[in-house]
Design a protein around this ligand. Structure first.
Ligand SMILES: Nc1ncnc2c1ncn2[C@@H]1O[C@@H]2COP(=O)(O)O[C@H]2[C@H]1O
Length: 685
C-alpha cells in the first residue's frame, strides 16, 4: 500500500514526463504437450511474461488510476502510460481443459492483462497508465507524434518523434556521425601538413568536407534535441524537455563549437588552409557515445574496446607522422640526416618513422638541432607513457575477455593434478575430466551463482528466471501452482551435469535433493534395474518422494540414471521445505503425485509378484502332470516288463526243466527285481 502511494506521488511529480513501454515483443510460448510418460512431464507452457512479470511490478501491484485524460485537455500533463504488466498475449493452450485457469496468481495476471487491453481499446479511455522499466524506451504509439501531415517518414526521420537513445536508428546515426568525425580527425591534419590537397582535387575534398558538415548540422539541430532521457527512472520524451536537456550538456557546447564556420576565412587565406577546419575535431563526444552504445549492444564488446584503443594508437602515430613531416618541411626536406629525405611515399615513410620513434629507443635518426631533440624527446615520452598505457589496456581487455576460459583451465589442471597425486584409477580421472569439460561447454562457468551475486536480489531472480525460463515453464508443478512458487525457487536451483549412465539417485539412499530435468533424458529403473519404469525428459521432476517423507519413506524408491549427457536442476530438501511452507498447494500437488507414483509402483510390484507366483504355480502344475504322466508311463512299463520278464523266466524254466527234466512251476518263485520308480530318480536329480 505504502509503495502504491509512493509511486502515485512520484507520478504526480513527474507530470511533464512521458513514460514509454519497452519494446513490446510478444511471447510466442504456447502450450506444448510432450509425449512423456511421467506425471511430472510438461503439458502446457505459461508465457514467460506471466511467470516473470518484473518482480517489482508484481510485488508492488501498483494500480494507478487514469486521470490523464482531463489533464491532457488542460495541456498540463504529458504523462501517458503507466503500465503494470508487459503486453504479451495470454498463453495459448492446446485444449480447452488446459485453458481452464487454476486458482492461482496466473489467473490474476491474466485478468490484469485483459483489463489492460480493454482499456487500450476503449475509445474514451485512450491513455492507459503504464509503469515501465527504463531499459528500452520505444514510443508506444509513434503515430501520436506524427505531425508531418501528408508525409510518411520513418520514426527516426520525423522531427516530431522522440528518439530512443538505445534504438537501432540512433546507433546507426551515431555510426554515421562517427565516420564523419573520423574523416575530419584523420584528414584535417593530413591535408594541413602533407601536400595531398592540390588545386586539382580541392573541389573533391570540399564536397567531402561539406557532406560531413551537413551530418554534423543535422545531428545538432534535429537528432540530439529529440533524444529521450532518463529522469529519476522515467523516460522523458517531451520535445521541450529533450531539447532543454541537450542544451544543458557540455556536449552541446562542443557540438556547436565544432560547427564554427571558420572556413569562411578560406576566402582570405585560401582553400589550402585546412587547419581552419580544426573545430570539427571537437565532436569527440559523439565518437565516445558511439563506442559506448556498441559496447552495450554487441555480444562481444571486447572487439569494440580493442578497436577503440587501436584507433587511439594509430591516431597518435598519425599525428606524430604529420608533425614529423611538418617539421621536416619547415627545416627543409632532406636538409639533414634527421628530417624526411623526400624519397618514396611521404606519408608511409613518415608513418614508419613515427612508429619507430614511438616504440623503440636507439637506432633512430640522430637529431641535429634543438627542435629535433625536443621532437624526439616528446616522441619517446609518448611511446613510454601513452603507448605503454594503451598496449597495457589492450592486454587487460583480452585478459578480461578470456578470464573465464583461464579460470576453467586452472580448475581443470588443478583437479587433474590432485587426482593424479591421489593415484586414482585412470578411468575415474578421465570421467572427472569429461564432467569438467561437459559442464564447462554447457554452462560456461562452474558456479553461476558467483556471477550473479553482485546483483540486487530481485534483479538476480529476474536474470535467473529469464535464463532458465524455457525449462521451468515446462514443469507441470510450476504451472499448477502460483507463479510466486517459481520465483521463490528459481534462485535455489543448482545446475548439475550428468554423464551417460551416471547414477543420479540410488534406490535405498537417503534423499537430499529433488531434480528437474533441464535437458537430456533420465531413466527410472525397476528394483532389479532390468526394466525401465519411466523416461524423464525436459521439464520432468523426480526425487521428491523421499523428500516429502510420505508413509515414512525417507529413502529413494527407485534408481534414476542419466541416459546420455543430461543437465538437471537440483533443489535441496531445506529449500523445498522452506518453499512448501508458504505454498501449501504445491505441497499438496507434490504429495498427490508422489502418492500416485507410490501406488503405481506398489501395484506394479504386486502385479509382478502375482505374475511370479502364477508362473511358479503353473510350473509346478506342469511338473506334477509331467510327473504323473511319467509315473503312469513307468507303471505301464514295469507291468509290461514284469510280464515280459515272467514270460522269459517261464521259458527259461521250461528250458531248464526240459534240460533237467523238471516240470515248469516246481520251484519257488524267484525274487523279482523291480525297476526304480522314475519319480525317485527325478527327485533325486
Ligand atoms: N514409476 C515411476 N515413474 C516415474 N517416476 C518414478 C517412478 N518411481 C519412482 N520415480 C521417481 O524416482 C525417484 C527416486 O527417488 P524418490 O523416491 O525420492 O522419488 C522418486 C520418483 O520421483
Amino acid at each position: 500500500m505504502k509503495s502504491n502511494i509512493m509511486v502515485l506521488d512520484k507520478l504526480k511529480l513527474m507530470r511533464r514526463h512521458t513514460v514509454h513501454p519497452s519494446s513490446s515483443k510478444t511471447s510466442n510460448l504456447t502450450a506444448t504437450r510432450g509425449a512423456y510418460g511421467s506425471w511430472c512431464t510438461p503439458q502446457g507452457t505459461p508465457t514467460h511474461d506471466i511467470l516473470t512479470k518484473t518482480v517489482s511490478n508484481i510485488e508492488t501491484k501498483t494500480k494507478v488510476q487514469d486521470d490523464t485524460g482531463q489533464h491532457r485537455d488542460k495541456g498540463i500533463l504529458a504523462l501517458q502510460k503507466v503500465r503494470l504488466f508487459t503486453s504479451s498475449p495470454p498463453p495459448k493452450f492446446n485444449n480447452k481443459k488446459d485453458a481452464k485457469e487454476k486458482d492461482t496468481e496466473l489467473k490474476d495476471f491474466k485478468k490484469t492483462y485483459s483489463r489492460d487491453n480493454s482499456l487500450k481499446r476503449s475509445p474514451d479511455r485512450k491513455l492507459v497508465p503504464i509503469i515501465e522499466t527504463p531499459q528500452s524506451p520505444v514510443p508506444s504509439s509513434p503515430s501520436r507524434y506524427k505531425k508531418c501531415k501528408g508525409l510518411t517518414l520513418p520514426a527516426f526521420c520525423d522531427p516530431f518523434v522522440p528518439i530512443d537513445p538505445q534504438g537501432r536508428g540512433y546507433i546507426s546515426w551515431l555510426l554515421l556521425v562517427t565516420f564523419c568525425y573520423s574523416y575530419n580527425a584523420w584528414c584535417v591534419p593530413l591535408r594541413a601538413t602533407f601536400p595531398y590537397q592540390t588545386p586539382q582535387n580541392t573541389a573533391l575534398w570540399m564536397v567531402a568536407d561539406y557532406l560531413c558538415d551537413v551530418v554534423y548540422l543535422l545531428d545538432v539541430a534535429l537528432v540530439k534535441p529529440r533524444l529521450m532521457f532518463l529522469h529519476e527512472g522515467f523516460w522523458v520524451d517531451d520535445a521541450a524537455e529533450t531539447r532543454r536537456n541537450y542544451r544543458k550538456k557540455l556536449q552541446y557546447k562542443f557540438d556547436v563549437i565544432s560547427l564554427l564556420p571558420l572556413d569562411v576565412f578560406y576566402f582570405y587565406f585560401g582553400a589550402h588552409k585546412v587547419i581552419l577546419r580544426f573545430p570539427r575535431l571537437l565532436k569527440l563526444q559523439t565518437f565516445w557515445e558511439f563506442h559506448q552504445a556498441m559496447d552495450r549492444v554487441l555480444s562481444s564488446p571486447y572487439v569494440v574496446r580493442v578497436g577503440k584503443t587501436l584507433f587511439y594508437i594509430f591516431y597518435l602515430i598519425h599525428l606524430n607522422a604529420c608533425a614529423y613531416y611538418a617539421m621536416s618541411d619547415y627545416i627543409g626536406l632532406a636538409s639533414n640526416g634527421w628530417v624526411y629525405d623526400n624519397k618514396g611515399n611521404a606519408y608511409i615513410r613518415c608513418f614508419y618513422f613515427a612508429t619507430k620513434t614511438a616504440t623503440s629507443i636507439g637506432k633512430n635518426p640522430k637529431p641535429e638541432n634543438t627542435a629535433e631533440y625536443l621532437f624526439m624527446t616528446a616522441a619517446w615520452l609518448m611511446g613510454v607513457f601513452v603507448f605503454a598505457l594503451l598496449i597495457g589496456q589492450i592486454r587487460d581487455i583480452i585478459a578480461t575477455a578470456t578470464r573465464a576460459r583461464a579460470e576453467y583451465r586452472k580448475c581443470v589442471d588443478g583437479c587433474a593434478r590432485y587426482l593424479r597425486r591421489l593415484n586414482l584409477p585412470r578411468a575415474l580421472r578421465r570421467r572427472v575430466a569429461c564432467w569438467l569439460h561437459y559442464t564447462w561447454t554447457q554452462q560456461r562457468c562452474f558456479d553461476e551463482s558467483k556471477i550473479l551475486n553482485s546483483l540486487p536480489f530481485n534483479m538476480k531472480r529476474d536474470v535467473a528466471l529469464a535464463v532458465h525460463m524455457s525449462t521451468l515453464s515446462k514443469v507441470q508443478l510450476f504451472r499448477d501452482c502460483s507463479a510466486s512458487l517459481l520465483r521463490d525457487l528459481v534462485l535455489q536451483l543448482r545446475p548439475l551435469s550428468c554423464l551417460p549412465g551416471d547414477l543420479v539417485v540410488r534406490r535405498g539412499d537417503v534423499g537430499h535433493h529433488m531434480y528437474i530435468v533441464k535437458s537430456g533424458e533420465c531413466y527410472v529403473m525397476s528394483q532389479d534395474e532390468k526394466e525401465i519404469l519411466a523416461t524423464l525428459r525436459e521439464g520432468s521432476v523426480f526425487g521428491e518422494i523421499s523428500l516429502l517423507g510420505i508413509d515414512g519413506l525417507r529413502r529413494r524408491t527407485a534408481t534414476v540414471r542419466s541416459r546420455g549427457y543430461s543437465n538437471l536442476f537440483a533443489l535441496s530438501r531445506n529449500d523445498l521445505d522452506a518453499a512448501l511452507k508458504h505454498h501449501k498447494e504445491a505441497a499438496q500437488i507434490l504429495r498427490i503425485r508422489a502418492d500416485q507414483i507410490i501406488r503405481e509402483n506398489a501395484a506394479r510390484q504386486t502385479k509382478q509378484r502375482l505374475a511370479k507366483l502364477e508362473a511358479k504355480k503353473s510350473a509346478n502344475n506342469e511338473e506334477s502332470t509331467a510327473r504323473k504322466r511319467r509315473q503312469s508311463g513307468a507303471s505301464n512299463d514295469s507291468s509290461q516288463g514284469r510280464r515280459r520278464r515272467s514270460a522269459s523266466t517261464m521259458s527259461r524254466r521250461r528250458l531248464s526243466a526240459v534240460s533237467e527234466n523238471k516240470a515248469p512251476g516246481d520251484d519257488a518263485p524267484p525274487s523279482v527285481k523291480t525297476p526304480l520308480p522314475t519319480i525317485v530318480a527325478l527327485s533325486s536329480e
